[in-house]
Design a protein around this ligand. Structure first.
Ligand code: NAD
Ligand code: ZN
Length: 355
């Protein structure tokens, strides 16, 4: 069976295109009492972007904090906040920030139209009702969250996305000017998330011509951004992220992402840096990719944290390995149907012990 693949229907791209956001939202505003909710990463509090939001009378600004990766409890709390603000539903949700904020805005727009807690919907195609109209404005590039059909959340029992066709954004606003001001390390880690998506997709057994077309272009753009000098590198990275997301959407990620989920579940390590940490130990699996990644690290003088698992007991390491090995499709994409014989629990534990 082939998947019938849904994508974001409306995309605007270009420097300064953010200025058109007000016009894009206008036809979605239904009447004088209607309102929109702007979900803004609180790093922008008091900064220029906050002042540029095309807010109209009655609109609600939700400043969200992403020091921790999004939790289902936090989503439920934000949904309650919107419901307390008005008995009627908003005409739209606009998420502005990196992958975490984009995921929060996706989840809030879904949960406004679906009963219960966000934790009830972690999984595949559990959402019953379409989301409120939602728009993403990335301020950090690499995760591909702007184009993906998931919102990654940590719940009481698991870290797992709400995967559904309704999760996808209705509109994305790709303005490379908004990437200015990202701290260098964060820029690198999130950019490497994209590079690693490409390596895992292009070296996977699930690869097809659809994924290859996007993955090859994306990795080419990553090389231009991280190994060369270009004045329009932010434009390139924004398109690399989008193409990387398109590539994995019709294939899968692989060993690095599986291991990074284990790390993140036990230690709370953030996605971008977590992928960099695990990728650096996977030269046996992705020899060319890891070699090139190290050249990129050297060029940008990036130093990864080490000895993260040194003080973990056997039980914590065991949990880490189980979380990683639980992601069967990722391993199957990486090594094929026979993956269990290749990536044994002992090998996973050995890799984690080195980190
Ligand atoms: P992030 O959203 O967690 O942001 C990282 C840091 O950068 C934060 O402190 C944020 O405040 C700051 N920041 C963002 N934009 C900035 C700007 N323009 N200037 C200065 N600071 C800025 O980072 P991320 O790497 O983009 O996203 C990681 C998150 O995305 C994780 O929660 C991960 O689970 C999720 N993710 C989702 C998908 C998906 O398909 N939905 C895919 C990969 C990752
Ligand atoms: Zn990723």
């Amino acid at each position: 069976m082939y998947r019938n693949f849904k994508i974001v229907p409306n995309i605007i791209f270009g420097r300064g295109c953010f200025n058109q956001l007000g016009d894009i939202l206008k036809p979605k505003r239904t009447d004088a009492d209607a309102y929109m909710v702007f979900v803004l990463d609180d790093v922008f509090k008091g900064r220029a972007l906050e002042g540029r939001l095309p807010m109209e009378k009655g609109d609600l600004l939700l400043l969200v904090n992403v020091d921790d990766e999004p939790k289902t409890k936090y989503i439920d709390q934000l949904v309650d906040q919107v419901r307390a603000y008005s008995p009627r539903k908003p005409d739209g949700i606009i998420g502005l920030g990196g992958g975490a904020t984009m995921d929060i805005a996706k989840a809030v727009s879904l949960m406004l139209n679906n009963p219960g807690s966000a934790a009830d919907y972690q999984g595949w195609d559990l959402i019953k009702h379409p989301a409120v109209y939602h728009v993403a404005v990335p301020t950090l590039a690499g995760t591909g969250a702007e184009i993906s059909r998931t919102t990654v959340l940590t719940g009481p029992e698991k870290k797992l996305g709400i995967n559904s066709d309704y999760t996808l954004y209705d509109q994305i606003v790709l303005d490379p000017e908004l990437l200015a001001g990202v701290p260098k390390d964060q820029w690198f880690y999130t950019g490497m998330d994209c590079y690693i998506h490409d390596v895992e997709s292009l070296n996977g057994t699930y690869l097809n011509e659809f994924s290859r077309a996007y993955g090859e272009k994306s990795i080419d753009l990553c090389r231009q951004v991280f190994l060369e000098e270009h004045p329009d590198k932010d434009d390139k990275l924004m398109m690399a992220s989008y193409f990387g997301g398109m590539s994995i959407a019709y294939s899968q990620v692989g060993a690095c992402h599986a291991l990074s989920y284990g790390l993140s579940f036990v230690l709370g390590t953030h996605h971008g840096i977590g992928c960099c940490i695990t990728f650096d130990y996977l030269e046996d699996v992705y020899p060319e990719g890891v070699k090139e990644f190290r050249r990129m690290m050297e060029k940008h003088d990036i130093h990864l944290p080490r000895n993260l698992t040194k003080n973990l007991d056997d039980k914590a390491l065991d949990t880490m390995a189980n979380v990683a090995l639980g992601l069967a499709p990722l391993w199957e994409n990486c090594f094929g149907k026979d993956w269990k014989n290749v990536m044994t629990k002992e090998r996973v534990l050995e890799l984690f012990r080195k980190m």
